[in-house]
Write a protein that binds this ligand. Structure first.
Ligand code: 5AD
Ligand code: SF4
Length: 442
């Protein structure tokens, strides 16, 4: 078969950085003649971009791979690749466990995919989980980014040096590394030229960003944000995910100074108990976090905060868990993600005394109830208010369009005149479980 016109199906698990990486992989294989398809049954190559953060996420990969057996029987040319953090963590072991797999590629080696694909076509197994010295983003940039809607992700930082005792990220994504500001700005301009109006800067520790500036100085995230905000046509900036320890004064101030920086901040704390925070190796106390929240709210009073929480971390007592509930009550989150602790191989906490599964479930339910009440209250308070909404896609119902407010609420309207890419003033009229309903304000 001719090399051009082959079809690629990519399935993405996990975080937003994987979404960004999947797009880059589509582009890398686009150079090798592949076009993207949404149907695995049509594909000549299936790539699973995987997540290793919790056990469930990793296991999903194997159950998904099993489902491709039939497709491979029908199409002997079909190649199957596993990318992302499971690929990094398990390497060639994946092929032993699931011989259907032809390619295993870690998050730092995507730019080598075309060459790996060629090897797979020759019938070889291709594995690459190195942390190569070359800049994979630069190697990937031999074709412009495709327009995928008015809101785009842009990875500026990768990796983590924090080594929280529960987390695999420092092992799967490697040490903290930042892309130079000039390259970030160039990519942002390209996005804006293609029609993008909102950019979310991504990094596992995005606020630890420290890029080598064209002035030979190290640029922190705040400076990068100020520089990006000068781009005409770029209306909104966001960044995620942040660590409390890296929340510098300049970045806090930027929330008050930079109009394009949206009033939403994801600032995970994981637990409200100092004892557990210490055992997690978080490097801060609950009070230090609360003080940070105060300073951020002073700079931008209407900011909406979201967070991540782990319940049932090894040795977590009822009192420790109560401290988490107390912290959540004190902060008042607009949105929060909570997880049962999942022991990850190779991380320090996996070796410690584990909390019973039913205790974890009970705590998760209580925490999620509290968070849900807070989220509902925040959403309810939006009713009657006017917000700016950037429309991103049609809604589920006919005639519906969905977009995001400044506070990252999903907002839908029924309005035949609204177009994708419109940034419109909307009056909120109702609050649903995970979204708001509005009408275009005239
Ligand atoms: N178990 C449960 N949740 C985890 N997270 C990271 N590692 C684990 C783990 N081993 C959660 C943290 C992190 C989010 C991305 O995932 O809350 O902030
Ligand atoms: Fe994982 Fe902690 Fe690094 Fe976040 S800061 S990626 S939770 S080790």
């Amino acid at each position: 078969m001719d090399k051009t016109g082959r079809k690629l199906y990519v399935r993405t698990f996990g975080c937003q950085m994987n979404v960004y990486d999947s797009e880059r992989m589509v582009e890398a294989l686009g150079n090798a003649g592949y076009i993207e398809t949404n149907h695995p049954q049509d594909a000549d190559m299936i790539l699973l971009n995987t997540c290793h953060i919790r056990e469930k996420a990793a296991e999903k990969v194997y159950s998904e791979l099993g489902r491709f057996r039939e497709l491979k029987q029908k199409n002997a040319d079909l190649k199957i690749g596993v990318a992302g953090c499971v690929a990094q963590a398990e390497g060639a072991e994946i092929m032993r466990r699931q011989p259907l797999v032809d390619i295993v590629v870690g998050p730092q080696s995507y730019h080598r995919l075309p060459e790996m694909e060629a090897r797979a076509r020759r019938g070889e197994k291709a594995v690459d989980t190195e942390f190569p010295a070359e800049d994979k983003f630069q190697s990937l940039r031999n074709r412009p980014r495709a327009y995928r809607g008015p809101a785009a992700f842009l990875t500026v930082q990768e990796g983590c040096d924090k080594f929280c005792a529960f987390c695999v990220v420092p092992y799967t994504r490697g040490a903290e590394a930042s892309r130079p500001p000039a390259r970030v700005v160039a990519e942002a301009r390209e996005l804006v030229d293609s029609g993008v109006r909102e950019i979310t800067l991504l990094g596992q520790n995005v606020n630890a960003y420290l890029g080598n500036g064209p002035d030979q100085k190290k640029w922190p995230l705040a400076r990068l944000i100020h520089e990006l905000s000068k781009i005409d046509g770029l209306e909104r900036l966001r960044y995620t995910t942040s660590h409390p320890r890296d929340m510098g004064g300049d970045l806090i101030e930027a929330h008050g100074e930079c109009e394009k920086l949206m009033p939403y901040l994801h600032l995970p704390v994981q637990s409200g108990s100092d004892r557990i925070l210490k055992r997690m190796n978080r490097g801060h106390t609950a009070d230090e976090y609360l003080e940070l929240v105060c300073r951020i709210r002073k700079a931008r009073p209407d900011i909406l905060l979201s967070g991540d929480f782990i319940v049932g971390f090894p040795e977590e007592t009822d009192d420790d868990f109560q401290a988490t509930l107390d912290l959540v009550s004190e902060v008042g989150y607009g949105n929060a993600f909570s997880f049962k602790y999942s022991a990850r191989p190779g991380t320090p906490a996996a070796e410690r005394r584990q909390v019973d599964e039913d205790v974890k479930s009970d705590r998760l339910r209580k925490l999620q109830e509290l968070v849900r009440r807070q989220q509902n209250a925040v959403q309810h308070a939006m009713i009657g208010r006017e917000v700016d909404v950037l429309f991103e896609k049609p809604g589920r119902l006919p005639g519906q369009m969905v977009g995001k407010s400044d506070h990252l609420h999903a907002v839908h309207v029924n309005d035949e005149f609204v177009r994708i890419g419109d940034l419109s003033r909307v009056r909120i009229v109702a609050s649903m479980s995970n979204s708001l309903e509005g009408r275009i304000a005239t």
